[in-house]
Design a protein around this ligand. Structure first.
Ligand code: NI
Length: 180
């Protein structure tokens, strides 16, 4: 498993570079990110979260007992739609907290697979939210930047406390950590 970069590491606020579609090392990187995501019970992971400033994300929003990872190289949001919805989001890079984030529910995203073929994916619910969250990482945006100013203050306070309690990537609340 790769080491997860945790907030407030400034690397998380940098813009990731587009991948070279012929770069053979992307397959290995994607595989390692996949393993890291499953090891921490994540539903998505972006390359900057493992210290690689490249535009690559892995998501798996299938039911917990099913493994169906999707690798998106150079993903790009083409369209967002729907009445904005607020829901709690966690992040491997901000262990121990969840933060209410308001987003349009539906997203249409263009991306390349590891063989350089172009695809589109669209969806709402967890998929639409996860796509937006992971692509935010490629643009240097974490939960704290996505939250409203009021929620950001609360979240940063909670995060400080969670870190003090020893929260690790994959923990979404200090309560959860106590029962583990
Ligand atoms: Ni995240």
């Amino acid at each position: 498993m790769l080491k997860i970069v945790e907030s407030p590491d400034p690397l998380l606020n940098q813009i990731a570079e587009p991948c070279d579609l012929k770069d053979k090392s992307l397959k290995k990187l994607a595989k390692q990110m996949e393993r890291t995501m499953y090891a921490t019970d994540g539903v998505g992971i972006a390359a900057p979260q493992v210290g690689v400033l490249k535009r690559l994300i892995v998501i798996d929003v299938s039911p917990e007992d099913v493994r169906d990872p999707l690798v998106l190289v150079n993903p790009e949001i083409l369209e967002l739609d729907g009445e904005p919805e607020t829901d709690e989001e966690g992040c491997l890079s901000c262990p121990g907290v969840t933060v209410p984030i308001t987003r349009k529910p539906w997203a249409r995203v263009k991306f390349f697979d590891l063989d350089g073929q172009e695809w589109e994916i669209e969806g709402d619910g967890l998929l639409g939210r996860c796509l937006q969250h992971e692509i935010d990482h490629l643009n240097g945006i974490t939960l704290f930047e996505s939250a409203s100013p009021r929620e950001r203050i609360k979240a940063l306070k909670a995060y400080e406390e969670a870190k003090r309690m020893g929260a690790k990537p994959g923990d979404t609340s200090t309560e959860a950590r106590k029962v583990r």
